[in-house]
Design a protein around this ligand. Sequence first.
Ligand code: CMP
Length: 136
Amino acid sequence: MSERTLVLVKPDGVARGLVGEVIARIERKGLKLAALELRTADRATAEQHYAEHDGKSFYGDLVDFITGGPLVAIVVEGVRAIPAFRQLAGGTDPVEKATPGTIRGDFGTEVQYNLVHGSDSVESAEREIKIWFPNL
Ligand code: CMP
């Protein structure tokens, strides 16, 4: 069944010139782009997006980082799009969890600078798509 997921190419991914690489992997997997925008997130958007991490030790740094430069927000659509993109991304920690062949495993080293975000459930995807693309 077709579903939608929210993908971010985070500011580190944009700064390193990996936007095309990430989009190519999404498309090669057979998923479609339903919306895409380059923008610098304001704090309110970042805080809403990462609300579940509020109170964690890394939360402040995470919001600073995600608002610190342009990112690319993408709505990705397709069969099993949510787990399919998480498979492409690899585990949160680019060294300890992500394996070679994944975006984080191929290009990342630090857990904070892990290049991409992908929604982790249908509920998260709906919530996050509303935050980034309220008119979709
Ligand atoms: P993401 O999938 O966007 O969801 C939450 C983000 O918090 C995660 O990717 C990482 O960028 C970041 N994160 C998770 N754990 C840590 C940590 N221990 N230290 C710093 N950042 C973290």
